[in-house]
Design a protein around this ligand. Structure first.
Ligand code: FAD
Ligand code: NAI
Length: 465
């Protein structure tokens, strides 16, 4: 009998298992694939960032080295080596999870997990043999899968999801991406930098609508400069594979038809919670109208003792959100009173420049009718950014008009993903823009842009613009 069984070994599941074990619970982890780490480590965050880095190096070698005074001739791509390095990074990272499970004495079962009843888990192995065991409590961490549009035939060769896009054997000549969301822009950036023509067909009228309005506009400007073509307010009506070509038909808002020919079509229109064949009905666990496992404020499902975390429940589909929830549930089971501030979970898009955001956006504050002040600082005015030729982007701070408390921080710029941590810390401690304005930021660093944005928000007193 296990105290806790975790189904799914992604960032939500494996972190929950570690924390349960740390708190003295006898813990089992069930994973259907041979490697641990889930979407994030195997076919998500880690491989995409490995390819983003490689492609950024290539882009710099091609477009910036000469200006730095480095002459290397025309750089060439060895895609096989690029993919093999990426696979190596994934391998090292997933091996690390095996080590952590051993270190924490978590029992790992490889096979498909399902509920026989509330306290019995069945594991079906690859060969079909099954094994059952008892558990006191269960954490569902089964994650998500790409949404498949019903009228598109995915042959997984020419019409692909992010999983295949992370292991292509050639650089597409023309990559059409359906969905200008996070996956589309990140993987589109990889192949655009490697020389592909990239066309994005997006249903809405702009990019990254969940982020502050300034971020989407600036990102669109930069990506256009990199060669991206965008068709906004456009709905795809059919995708057909014809030999080595893909024919995409779409219709804009006015009903005008559009035909685009490509050699690859990446469909990235969102992900859906994955609960297929999990036997939720055997345990009595309910899902909501969007197929997500329904949970209360303690992340407990409709059944006492069964919890759910990560992509399979409501909220942002982010690895660090899943991790926080893994720790939260483990501590809740142990009788502690943990807390997650969902408003302060940062979001990042790993294009270059990166986009990172935390707290309220300008649109949200306007909708709420809250009085606020804005301070911005463009990276082109930063000495550090000029030294590295990274002058696109802006740091933007939103603060309460009366109290000066920071309500939101939004950065599009070099290393924004790392810098946003300053905003998270500031907002967790309810700092004011004045507080950050008076803290010393090392010179020259990109973080000076945050300080300058805060100075701009407090009596318009930025020093370097
Ligand atoms: P998952 O990571 O999806 O893990 C679920 C696991 O459960 C899987 O291993 C699955 O095999 C297993 N499983 C499912 N059902 C069963 C079953 N019945 N029995 C046994 N095992 C089962 N997020 C970020 O924060 N930053 C990023 O940079 C980022 N980049 C991404 C890039 C891409 C291309 C993609 C696709 C996603 C990216 N994400 C990123 C999102 C991130 O991967 C997810 O939010 C995160 O993986 C969710 O974690 P999870 O633990 O909920 O589920
Ligand atoms: P997404 O939700 O980010 O974007 C999907 C886009 O497709 C939206 O802009 C939507 O308007 C558009 N769309 C939907 N239906 C369409 C249609 N029929 N035609 C044209 N456009 C259509 O989803 P995406 O990019 O698939 O990513 C899934 C999830 O993975 C995201 O929610 C994100 O949280 C996570 N992720 C996170 C990353 C990160 O943190 N850096 C990186 C990659 C993924």
């Amino acid at each position: 009998m296990y105290d806790v069984t975790v189904i799914g070994s992604g960032p939500g599941g494996y972190v929950a298992a570690i924390r349960c074990a740390q708190l003295g619970m006898k813990t089992a982890l069930v994973e259907k694939y041979n490697t641990l780490g889930g979407t994030c480590l195997n076919v998500g965050c880690i491989p995409s960032k490995a390819l983003l880095d490689s492609s950024e190096h290539f882009h710099q070698a091609k477009h910036q080295f000469a200006e730095h005074g480095i002459e290397i001739g025309e750089p060439k791509i060895n895609l096989e080596q690029m993919m093999s390095r990426k696979d190596g990074v994934v391998g090292q990272t997933t091996d690390g999870i095996n080590f952590l499970m051993k270190k924490n004495k978590v029992d790992v079962f490889h096979g498909f997990g399902s509920f026989v009843d509330k306290n019995t888990i069945k594991v079906t192995k690859e060969g079909g043999e099954t094994e059952e065991f008892k558990t006191e409590k269960t954490i569902i961490a089964t994650g998500s899968k790409p949404i498949m549009l019903p009228f598109i035939e995915f042959d997984k060769k020419r019409v692909i999801t992010s999983t295949e896009a992370l292991q292509l054997k050639e650089v597409p000549k023309h990559l059409v991406i359906i969905g200008g969301g996070v996956i589309g822009l990140e993987l589109g950036s990889v192949y655009a930098r490697l020389g592909a023509e990239v066309t994005v067909v997006e249903f809405l009228d702009g990019l990254i609508p969940m982020m502050d309005v300034t971020m989407g506009k600036e990102l669109q400007r930069v990506l256009k400069k990199e060669g991206f073509k965008f068709h906004f307010k456009t709905k795809v009506t059919s995708v057909k594979v014809e030999g080595e070509e893909v024919m995409i038909k779409a219709e804009d808002k006015k009903g005008k038809e559009l035909e685009i020919k490509a050699d690859y079509c990446l469909v990235a229109v969102g992900r859906r919670p994955y609960t297929d064949k999990l036997g939720l009905e055997n345990a009595g666990v309910k899902v909501d109208d969007r197929g997500r496992v329904d949970v209360n404020d303690h992340l407990q499902t409709s059944v006492e003792g069964i919890y759910a975390i990560g992509d399979v429940i409501k909220g942002a589909m982010l690895a660090h959100k899943a991790e926080e929830e893994g720790v939260f549930v483990a501590e809740t089971i142990a009788g502690q009173k943990p807390h997650i501030n969902y408003k302060l979970i940062p979001g990042v898009v790993y294009t270059w420049p990166e986009v990172a955001s935390v707290g309220y956006t300008e649109q949200e504050l306007k909708e709420e009718g809250r009085a606020f002040k804005t301070g911005s600082f463009p990276f082109r005015a930063s000495g550090r950014a000029r030294a590295s030729m990274d002058i696109d982007g802006v740091a933007k701070v939103l603060a309460d008009a009366e109290t000066d408390e920071i309500l939101g921080m939004h950065i599009i710029g070099p290393r924004a993903a790392d810098m946003i941590a300053e905003g998270v810390v500031a907002m967790e401690y309810r700092a004011s823009a004045e507080d950050i304005s008076r803290m010393s930021h090392a010179h020259p660093t990109y973080t000076e842009a945050i300080k300058e944005a805060c100075l701009a928000a407090t009596d318009d007193r930025a020093l370097h613009i």
